[in-house]
Write a protein that binds this ligand. Structure first.
Ligand SMILES: O=P(O)(O)OC[C@H]1O[C@H](O)[C@H](O)[C@@H](O)[C@@H]1O
Length: 449
C-alpha cells in the first residue's frame, strides 16, 4: 500500500484530553454523515465529494489535449481568475514544479511560462504583465464559474484585445480557453458567441472546492504536472475519509480537534510550512476555510506563515503575543534533493559543527525546535505529514482539507458551502462605478464618502 498524508495531534495532547476527543466523536461523526449522505445545509454543492472517482472522462481527455496544444503553440499562458478560480491551480503548480518556474531556462522547464492575472485590479500589474509577454506567443485560460466576476472580466477585456491585435479575431479565439458554467453567465455567452473551447465548472462544485475540475486541471496540465496522479491521490484520500472510523480518520480528527481548540478560545489557526513551494497551498486553504466557516459571526480565522522566514517577523507574536492561536504545520517529510554543508578550513562563520549535515536536516531541526517552543508558549501544534512533493500526495492533501472543511463547518453549525458575505463589497463597488441598477445605493454611498 502507498503511504498517505496523515494528521498527527500528539504534540497538542497537553491542550486536549482524550476524553474531549471521545466526547467530540458523536458530533464529528454526525457531521461526517450529514456530509457524506448529503443531508446538511448547502448539500447542492457536494459534487466534489465523488469527483476523484466520478469525473467526466471525455472532458478530462479534452483538458489533456488542450494542454498539449498550449504547450506546443504558446510560450506564455495567462490564467485569468480569482479566488477559487485560480488559487488551486497556482498552489499545485508552485508545489509540483520548479521553485523559479517562470525564470528557469526553457530547457529545464519545457512548458510555457504561466502568469496569473484578474486576481486584483491593478493597472500597474497588468502593464507589467503586458511587458513580460512582449511579442511572444501566448494563450489565455479565462476561468470564472459565475462568468460575471469583475476582476477577471476586466483582465480578460485587456488581454483579449492584446491577443486579437496580435493574431486577428479568428486565431485569437483558438487561443482562448473558457472554464465556466455549462449554461449561464457572461463568459458562457461569450464563449458560445466567439467559439472558444470551453470547459465546465459543475453546478454542484463551488469555486473553492473546484481545484480538481477543469478550473485547476487545465493550468496544472499545461505546467507539465501529472493530473492523472493528482486525481489518484484525491481518490485514495476520499476512500480514507469516507471509510475510516473516527479514531483512524485523519480528516475527521483534524476537524474535531480544531473545533475543540476553538471552544477553548483558540480562534486563530495558523497554517505553517517550511517549504516555499507550499506558500500557495496555504493561500488556497485560507479561502477554503475562511469562506466556508467565517459566517454567522462564527469561525476560526485562517492565517498562514512561511517558515522559517516568518519566524524572523511573526515569530515573536506566535511565541508570546495574545494566546488565541493554534498552529497546523504542513510537514513535507522527504525533501526532493539533498544539499550537504561542507567543511571550511577556517571556521569563520562558525558553521563547521554542521559539516556533513544536509540543509533539509537543518530545516527539520528548526521545525522540531519551533514546535516545542510554540507548544511551551501555549500554542497547540498540529501536524499534517506529506510524504513527498508529488502529484499523488498533493491530490490527497487537497481532498483531506476539503473533506475536513465540510465536517468542521457542520460541527461549527454553519453552511460551509455558501459565501453570502462576499457580496457586500461587490454591491458597494458596483454602486460607486455607476453600474445600471445600483443608482439608489450610489446616492447613499456618495453621501458617506
Ligand atoms: O469563479 P468566479 O465565479 O469568478 O468566482 C471567483 C471567486 O469570487 C467570488 O467572489 C467568491 O467569493 C469566491 O468563492 C469565488 O471563488
Amino acid at each position: 500500500m502507498k503511504s498517505m498524508v496523515t494528521f498527527d495531534y500528539s504534540s497538542a495532547k497537553g491542550f486536549i484530553s482524550d476524553s474531549e476527543i471521545t466526547m467530540m466523536e458523536r458530533i464529528a461523526e454526525n457531521a461526517k454523515e450529514e456530509l457524506v449522505k448529503k443531508e446538511g445545509p448547502g448539500n447542492e454543492f457536494l459534487g466534489w465529494i465523488d469527483l476523484p472517482i466520478d469525473y467526466d472522462k471525455e472532458e478530462f481527455a479534452r483538458i489533456q489535449a488542450a494542454a498539449k496544444k498550449i504547450q506546443n503553440d504558446s510560450e506564455v499562458l495567462l490564467v485569468i481568475g480569482i479566488g477559487g478560480s485560480y488559487l488551486g491551480a497556482r498552489a499545485a503548480i508552485e508545489f509540483l514544479r520548479h521553485s523559479f518556474y517562470n525564470s528557469v531556462s526553457k530547457e529545464i522547464r519545457k512548458t510555457p511560462e504561466i502568469y496569473y492575472v484578474g486576481n486584483n485590479i491593478s493597472s500597474t500589474y497588468m502593464k507589467h504583465l503586458i511587458e513580460v509577454i512582449g511579442d511572444r506567443d501566448f494563450s489565455i485560460n479565462m476561468i470564472s464559474k459565475s462568468g460575471t466576476t469583475t476582476e477577471p472580466a476586466i483582465a480578460f477585456r485587456v488581454f483579449k484585445k492584446m491577443l486579437t491585435e496580435k493574431y486577428g479575431k479568428e486565431e485569437a479565439a483558438k487561443r482562448i480557453y473558457a472554464t465556466t458554467d455549462k449554461a449561464r453567465g457572461a463568459l458562457k455567452n461569450l464563449a458560445t458567441e466567439e467559439g472558444y473551447e470551453s470547459f465546465i465548472v459543475p453546478d454542484e462544485v463551488g469555486g473553492r472546492y473546484s481545484v480538481l475540475t477543469a478550473v485547476g486541471l487545465l493550468p496544472i496540465a499545461v505546467s507539465g504536472a501529472d493530473i492523472v496522479k493528482l486525481m489518484e491521490g484525491a481518490a485514495a484520500m476520499r476512500e480514507h475519509c469516507i471509510n475510516s472510523s473516527y479514531e483512524n480518520n485523519d480528516a475527521v480528527l483534524y476537524a474535531a480537534i480544531r473545533n475543540i481548540l476553538l471552544r477553548k478560545g483558540k480562534t486563530i489557526e495558523i497554517l505553517a510550512n517550511y517549504e516555499p513551494s507550499l506558500h500557495f497551498v496555504s493561500e488556497w486553504w485560507k479561502q477554503l476555510y475562511g469562506e466556508s466557516e467565517g459566517k454567522d459571526q462564527k469561525g476560526i480565522f485562517p492565517a498562514s506563515v512561511d517558515l522559517t522566514t516568518d519566524l524572523h517577523s511573526m515569530g515573536q507574536f506566535i511565541q508570546d503575543g495574545q494566546r488565541t492561536l493554534f498552529e497546523t504545520v504542513m510537514n513535507l517529510e522527504k525533501s526532493t534533493c539533498e544539499i550537504l554543508i561542507e567543511e571550511e578550513e577556517v571556521d569563520l562563520d562558525g558553521l563547521n559543527y554542521l559539516t556533513g549535515q544536509s540543509v533539509d536536516f537543518i530545516n527539520k531541526s528548526a521545525m522540531k525546535g519551533t514546535r516545542l517552543a510554540h507548544t511551551d508558549g501555549s500554542v497547540p501544534n498540529l501536524i499534517i505529514n506529506i510524504p513527498e512533493q508529488n502529484e499523488f500526495y498533493l491530490g490527497q492533501l487537497f481532498y483531506f482539507f476539503e473533506f475536513a472543511c465540510g465536517v468542521s463547518g457542520y460541527i461549527l453549525g454553519v453552511n460551509p458551502f455558501d459565501q453570502p458575505g462576499v457580496e457586500s463589497y461587490k454591491k458597494n463597488m458596483f454602486a460607486l462605478l455607476g453600474k445600471p441598477g445600483f443608482e439608489k445605493q450610489r446616492e447613499e454611498l456618495l453621501k458617506r464618502l
